[in-house]
Design a protein around this ligand. Structure first.
Ligand SMILES: Cc1ncc(COP(=O)(O)O)c(C=O)c1O
Length: 362
């Protein structure tokens, strides 16, 4: 049995009791009228939570599937993509894109910095023939939230498509799919959605459908046209992940009861409180000021405190699981997740444990 009592990694996140109970419900015929009704209603509610009149689909898969879903549904081999990178997840998306034979123009800002609209506008001027722009809204590896609304406006002005990795953002950070003009976004059930891993939730804007019809990659399981056709009857093309859909329905109940904007505000306030508290202890925020994520905080520990050792000690001595750095940032930072079902007390425990550990020789 795990000794972790306080799961403060950047996903999977803790499950509220309502979600845990939903997971215990019995199986039903996934093509029966009752379950189809549940799926149809759930997809409608997810559209509202994405702030879109477009379509939202739920697919079995994890966040990484979203990278491939965007590629095979929007593009043709050899299409030019402006890939915006400021962390490990952007880097991974660019590696996946390379494997598909896209003509990638990668533009990177230093890890910890944010991607802003003026930079994107400049790059779009520099690189001709960009068919699509790929960006990670919330870089989980650095704790940076990119200026998505403004980036989207710059991309719109260029006429390119915009696909967004919202894996650690959607349901935790402000997101306005239609008002911002996002063509495709995906997120993972195990993050701010407060569900177990296993679902990738994909929003598709109206402009994307022409691209989806014209896309030139072979696609089968990830073909969004099949999800669209199936969704009309409350179906999925393959056997529905029934338990996960029960869980998501319960999580959506909770988000609606709290109010989506209140959920965003809770994340914002908790993150601000946490940053202030850990900075008092001598930690430095890794993210550029003004772009710190409200779902995950990346921290450089005080001088003389080894990041990875701190991660181990928190788990072994305090039952608190946090993340270290990943990719280039391994051993340099720690990351604390605060998305989904999270309250002030959960973060107070982390602050207290940090205080204890840095008071000791690490
Ligand atoms: C921003 C971002 N994109 C993609 C992924 C990959 O998601 P998964 O591990 O669910 O495949 C993650 C996972 O943490 C993420 O944070």
């Amino acid at each position: 049995m795990t000794t972790v009592r306080n799961l403060r990694i950047a996903g999977p996140t803790p499950l509220p009791p309502e979600v845990l109970r939903a997971l215990q419900r019995p199986m039903v015929p996934h093509r029966g009228a009752w379950f189809r009704g549940l799926v149809k209603a759930l997809l409608g509610r997810l559209r509202l939570l994405h702030r879109t009149d477009g379509e939202v689909f739920v697919l079995p898969g994890s966040g990484s599937a979203g990278w491939e879903i965007a590629i095979v549904n929007l593009l043709r081999p050899g299409d030019r993509v402006l890939m915006l990178v400021n962390g490990d997840f952007g880097e991974r998306w660019s590696r996946v894109s390379e494997r598909f034979g896209l003509d990638l123009a990668v533009r990177e800002v230093p890890y910890g910095s944010a991607i802003t609209a003026d930079r994107v506008a400049r790059w779009l001027d520099e690189v001709s023939g960009v068919r699509a722009v790929f960006v990670v809204y919330n870089e989980t590896s650095t704790g940076v939230t990119n200026a998505l609304a403004e980036i989207a406006a710059a991309v719109r002005a260029s006429g390119a498509l915009l696909a967004v990795d919202g894996v650690s953002a959607i349901a935790g950070l402000p997101f306005e799919m239609d008002a911002w003009g996002i063509d495709l976004v995906f997120s993972g059930s195990q993050k701010a959605w407060m569900c177990p891993p296993g679902l990738v939730i994909v929003g598709v804007g109206p402009r994307a459908w022409d691209a989806i019809d014209a896309a030139g990659f072979p696609r089968a399981f990830w073909d969004l046209r099949e999800y669209r056709a199936a969704a009309r009857t409350g179906d999925l093309p393959s056997t529905a992940p029934i338990s996960l859909l029960y869980a998501l329905e319960a999580a959506v109940d909770l988000i609606e009861a709290e109010g989506l904007e209140n959920v965003w505000e809770r994340h914002r306030q908790l993150a601000a409180w946490f940053r202030a508290a850990v900075q008092e202890l001598g930690f430095r925020c890794f993210a550029e000021a003004g772009h710190e994520s409200a779902t995950v905080t990346a921290l450089v520990p005080p001088f003389g405190v080894a990041a990875d050792r701190l991660v181990t000690r928190l788990e072994e001595r305090h039952g608190i699981a946090i993340n270290g750095g990943q990719g280039r940032l391994k051993g340099k930072i720690v990351r604390v997740g605060h998305m989904g079902w999270v309250h002030r007390g959960d973060l107070e425990e982390v602050v207290a444990a940090f205080a204890t550990e840095i008071g000791q020789e690490m």
